[in-house]
Design a protein around this ligand. Structure first.
Ligand SMILES: *[C@@H]1O[C@H](CO)[C@@H](O)[C@H](O)[C@H]1NC(C)=O
Ligand SMILES: *[C@@H]1O[C@H](CO)[C@@H](O)[C@H](O)[C@H]1NC(C)=O
Ligand SMILES: *[C@@H]1O[C@H](CO)[C@@H](O)[C@H](O)[C@H]1NC(C)=O
Ligand SMILES: *[C@@H]1O[C@H](CO)[C@@H](O)[C@H](O)[C@H]1NC(C)=O
Ligand SMILES: *[C@@H]1O[C@H](CO)[C@@H](O)[C@H](O)[C@H]1NC(C)=O
Ligand SMILES: *[C@@H]1O[C@H](CO)[C@@H](O)[C@H](O)[C@H]1NC(C)=O
Length: 534
């Protein structure tokens, strides 16, 4: 995965002109879609136990970053770093969910969410990463969880979402060191003990693969470690070795926490423990055997890197071969610990790439993850989508699920994140987001009929949060928040109306459709925000 290239190409994209025309075309198409198809689909079409939810993560939504004893994480540090003068803001205030959680849970209940996926800020609960618990942090998560449970909303909790306590990074370089295993397990122990009576779905790590590749390979994101030969300017790191070490330690930390849960808590709490990966769609660039083989190799490097150990107890053969002695190995005891340690896999799905074989990269002197993979990834734009709109490609997701099932079996899967990005300042009539949800949710129904073991779908994101890549410029939320409004009022977008109708078994009524039609001509990222359609 070369997110760097993708990020840079999007940032430099000229965002005027073409987009407007595109949006108007889209509006016409969507109107047809909403009147003909959206009317047909509701939650009642899904099996009763299938969960629909929405996601956020601690640093992106909580705010109160310096309040009540919370200490900084590597994300705070990254947000404050001067990355070539490109400040993207920070999560000091974000959506202020720390103070507004009661109202947010009310909104979720009104919307009809079955589940809310959020993460715990490790450095809010245990400010130094290890040692004393911060009682105010403990209270906050207890209150949030109680509020959710009282409204019948299942809490689905992630323990690590890109936000290692800075103290641990400073003390021993965080995930690069084996010492993380013990501290992560102790942190998980506190969470299971304090919240496990009400929380039944635990995800240890969010996007473990992206954390390793982008945090320690390209060095673009926190903790911004990479070799000096990388295109990015990191002050420390080693792109040849660290991504593999970090993943190794994440696997062992997960397995250690899972073992603890199963031996100490599971009999009483009866919950499940999983891991989350970002899954990229991979398509061979050409039909040559080289590109087809490279496509499978890309899957092994992205997903097999984690799933092969989780299911079979060892790294994929092609990784052992290409990475050689830089790939850590599992002792037989560790291998048995990691094998079988997930009850489910969480998948975040957004983008697809064409894969082009690049065998020559194996001859490079300073090898890194990308050259070890021996493949070049070229972003797939789909048909008619612009570079800053995420292509809606459920057929590619289904293809990836098919490979997963073939390679690793039909274990339970949650779609933990999926959604559409728009400029944060664009219209509340977020047609593209509504269409994206509608198409993916519709295709889930087919996937379930085709026998995939999918348990739930969470849209990213519940609110317009502080985004990992673009801060407050681009957002994915069902609710808009104007950062200049001191009350940070949550303003429903069209997508929230659609989702709410869907969840409550209501079809979009014709009056709403008419109102949308009336305003469809103003769909443009540069027009002022309009008020709610509810
Ligand atoms: C939607 O329909 C399903 C199946 O008929 C039912 O179980 C569920 O309670 C309904 N939800 C609402 C909010 O009415
Ligand atoms: C990375 O670590 C390896 C193994 O310790 C070492 O051989 C290599 O020189 C290091 N690379 C850099 C750029 O520091
Ligand atoms: C990289 O960072 C160092 C330290 O901040 C700085 O001195 C140097 O000019 C930077 N190099 C580039 C190419 O940006
Ligand atoms: C996308 O475009 C390609 C090439 O023009 C075409 O072959 C394909 O059918 C299109 N797919 C869809 C879903 O429209
Ligand atoms: C459509 O736009 C008008 C004028 O901008 C506004 O008053 C109205 O509320 C909008 N309707 C919807 C459904 O957003
Ligand atoms: C919306 O945000 C984009 C990206 O930050 C910016 O280029 C554009 O000028 C903004 N438009 C308005 C109307 O504020």
């Amino acid at each position: 995965m070369d997110n760097t290239k993708w990020i840079v190409s999007i940032i430099h994209q000229d965002q005027t002109g073409e987009k407007k025309v595109m949006m108007n075309l889209l509006a016409t198409v969507l109107l047809v879609a909403i009147t003909s198809v959206a009317n047909a689909l509701t939650k009642s079409d899904f099996p009763a136990h299938f969960l629909f939810g929405a996601s956020t993560s601690a640093y992106q939504v909580e705010g109160a970053a310096n309040e009540d004893g919370r200490k900084p994480s590597i994300w705070d540090t990254y947000a404050y770093a001067d990355n070539g003068g490109k400040s993207k803001g920070n999560g000091d205030i974000a959506c202020d969910q720390y103070h507004k959680y009661k109202d947010d849970v009310k909104l979720m209940a009104k919307m009809g969410l079955d589940a809310y996926r959020f993460s715990i800020s490790w450095s809010r609960l245990i400010p130094d990463g290890k040692g004393p618990i911060n009682l105010k942090g403990l209270d906050y998560y207890n209150n949030l969880i109680d509020e959710l449970v009282s409204k019948g909303i299942q809490p689905h909790v992630t323990l690590y979402h890109w936000d290692l306590p800075q103290t641990l990074e400073d003390e021993y370089e965080g995930w690069v060191s084996r010492r993380i295993i013990k501290d992560f397990t102790a942190y998980a122990d506190v969470c299971f003990r304090e919240f496990g009576d009400r929380v039944k779905h635990w995800t240890t790590v969010n996007e473990g693969n992206a954390c390793s590749i982008v945090g320690y390979g390209s060095g673009v994101l926190q903790p911004q470690r990479c070799s000096s030969s990388s295109t990015f300017n990191c002050s420390k790191g080693n792109s040849s070795t660290e991504p593999y070490l970090v993943t190794h330690h994440m696997l062992l930390a997960h397995a250690s926490a899972a073992k603890l849960y199963r031996t100490k808590y599971k009999a009483k709490q009866r919950g499940f423990i999983g891991f989350n990966l970002i899954v990229l769609g991979f398509l061979p660039l050409t039909n040559t055997i080289q590109d087809i083989t490279a496509t499978q190799r890309a899957r092994d490097f992205n997903i097999g890197w984690f799933l092969n150990p989780f299911i079979f107890g060892e790294y994929p053969d092609v990784m052992k071969k290409n990475v050689g002695s830089r790939l850590p190995y599992f002792t037989s005891k560790e291998s048995n610990l990691v094998k079988g340690s997930i009850d489910f896999l969480g998948i975040n799905f957004y983008y697809a790439y064409y894969v082009k074989n690049n065998a020559k990269s194996l001859q490079k002197k300073d090898r890194d993850y990308t050259s070890d993979m021996a493949a070049e990834l070229i972003l797939y734009f789909g048909n008619g989508t612009s570079p800053y709109e995420i292509p809606v490609i459920p057929e590619i997701l289904e293809g990836e699920l098919h490979s997963l099932k073939n390679d690793y079996g039909n274990f339970p899967i949650y779609i933990h994140e999926n959604g559409q990005q728009t400029f944060r300042n664009s219209s509340l009539d977020d047609w593209s987001r509504m269409e994206c949800m509608h198409v993916y949710i519709g295709s889930l129904l087919d996937m379930l009929r085709n026998g995939f073991n999918i348990k739930g779908y969470f849209v990213w994101s519940f609110l317009d949060v502080f985004e990992l890549l673009y801060g407050y410029e681009i957002s994915f939320g069902l609710y808009y928040i104007d950062m200049k409004d001191p009350t940070l009022r949550r303003q429903p977008k069209l997508s929230s109306v659609w989702y709410s109708n869907f969840l409550n078994n209501r079809t979009m009524d014709s009056k709403i459709t008419m109102k949308i039609e009336e305003n469809s001509s103003v769909l443009s990222p540069n027009t002022p925000l309009m008020h709610a359609t509810t």
